[in-house]
Design a protein around this ligand. Structure first.
Ligand SMILES: [Zn+2]
Length: 131
């Protein structure tokens, strides 16, 4: 999906991890029996997740979502994210072992207080584009 090109580094890896989990979830739930790339429900969720990653005030130092003090997801999107992670998280180890292990390890990084100013991917991207 072209719009993941907005992200880089840790944020891109996190997006790819979520996308892999959504794919497992979508297949298992046979959302209209379509490939995930054509599943409107899942694509809507991924677009939302990407926007949130882009705007995360921690930027490249983003903690994992369940440790994050900033509650940026709308309640029903948060519930969906939780559902997808609970379902797909344990199934990630076989198809995507490196992503799965990275995800587990990054869950241990302690959260460093308040988010820094002007570190979101979106902010830095706009600064780069302005030059
Ligand atoms: Zn789906």
């Amino acid at each position: 999906m072209a719009n993941s090109a907005l992200l880089s580094g840790k944020l891109l890896r996190e997006y790819q991890t979520i996308a892999a989990m959504v794919e497992i979830y979508c297949k298992a739930h046979k959302h209209n029996a379509m490939p995930v790339s054509e599943c409107q429900e899942c694509q809507k969720f991924l677009t939302y997740a990407r926007t949130k990653l882009d705007r995360c005030p921690y930027g490249q130092d983003k903690p994992t979502c369940n440790k994050c003090p900033v509650h940026c997801y709308k309640p029903h999107m948060k519930e969906k994210a939780r559902e997808i992670m609970v379902f797909s998280g344990p199934k990630m180890l076989l198809p995507h072992p490196i992503m799965a292990i990275r995800h587990l390890l990054s869950g241990r990084t302690p959260v460093t207080g308040k988010p820094p100013a002007n570190q979101s991917n979106r902010h830095l991207r706009k600064q780069r584009d302005a030059q």
